[in-house]
Design a protein around this ligand. Structure first.
Ligand SMILES: C[S@@+](CC[C@H](N)C(=O)[O-])C[C@H]1O[C@@H](n2cnc3c(N)ncnc32)[C@H](O)[C@@H]1O
Length: 254
């Protein structure tokens, strides 16, 4: 099942609840943060170096985000990005996910990291993926793509989030604040069902085109098998760093 709804997600709550009665549902989303954010990066591919605003304000970003109704759903997997902006409203949790956007580069005006609240029963984890203004690693790199949304997040980040959740086959991923759809892309790549909801008409059009493009990509193996293999690969220990050269005193002593 893949469903995209152009509605206010709060109106879709009864529909979401009815789906959760018949199948496993994970709530994974990136809600408006309540910070009145205005993007100063152009989405125009040929003018990416010019700094001007061409994204409309984010719907709902002019008031504090209230997570209550989403937490009340009590789904087994809840991941909400941007939680650093509304952490005081969240229950205590064992597992915060951190996205390290700086990846060792020099800090700039935008934040170095972003946090996701989760209800996962695992330690805090960090994902490193460069996203420094318009300098972006991976698929959203300026040479391959242009900016799709003022709050756009990398699909690689959302694929990692899905791996962190270790979801059973057949899970429906509900994304009530879908934006340009990176969670939907990640869901398709790993073989999950997806319900994406977006209220803003322009972003809904982007969401539809991103998801339709994603659906056209061929899968060489069972996407859920790809998912399980990727989870196993995450658990493998990192390759050993080459040993540091010994200092003169170490050479004398050891
Ligand atoms: C932080 S952005 C998500 C950006 C997304 N992660 C991306 O990479 O494109 C939040 C999105 O939620 C949408 N939104 C805000 N309030 C909404 C509501 N009540 N119902 C549905 N969508 C809503 C906004 O239009 C915006 O696109």
């Amino acid at each position: 099942m893949l469903d995209l709804l152009h509605v206010d997600c709060y109106e879709a709550l009864p529909h979401i609840l009815s789906l959760a009665k018949i199948r496993p549902v994970a709530l994974i989303s990136d809600p408006p943060y309540g910070i009145n954010y205005r993007s100063t990066h152009s989405s125009a591919p040929n003018n990416w170096f010019q700094r001007y605003t061409d994204f409309d304000p984010i719907v709902g970003d002019d008031e504090p985000f209230d997570p209550t109704c989403w937490l009340d759903l009590a789904f087994p997997w809840i991941v909400l990005w941007g939680a650093n902006h509304y952490m005081s409203q969240m229950p205590s949790t064992k597992c915060i996910l951190t996205w390290d956007k700086l990846a060792g580069k020099t800090p700039c005006d935008s934040s170095d990291t972003e946090l996701a609240y989760t209800n996962l029963d695992k330690p805090c984890r960090t994902f490193t993926h460069l996203w420094r203004g318009l300098i972006r690693a991976g698929e959203a790199n300026g040479s391959r793509s242009h900016k799709l949304h003022g709050n756009q997040k990398p699909v690689e980040l959302m694929m990692w989030v899905l791996r962190m959740c270790n979801l059973p086959r057949g899970t429906l991923i509900v994304d009530p604040f879908a934006g340009s759809g990176p969670i939907g892309q990640a869901a398709i790549r790993y073989g999950f069902d997806y319900l994406g909801i977006e209220k803003d008409a322009k972003h809904f059009t982007t969401l539809q085109s991103v998801i339709n493009k994603e659906l056209k990509q061929p899968h060489l193996t069972d996407p859920y098998e790809t998912y399980q293999n990727a989870i196993a690969a995450d658990r493998k220990p990192a390759a050993k760093e080459p040993a540091e050269p010994k200092t003169a005193i170490q050479q004398t002593l050891f």
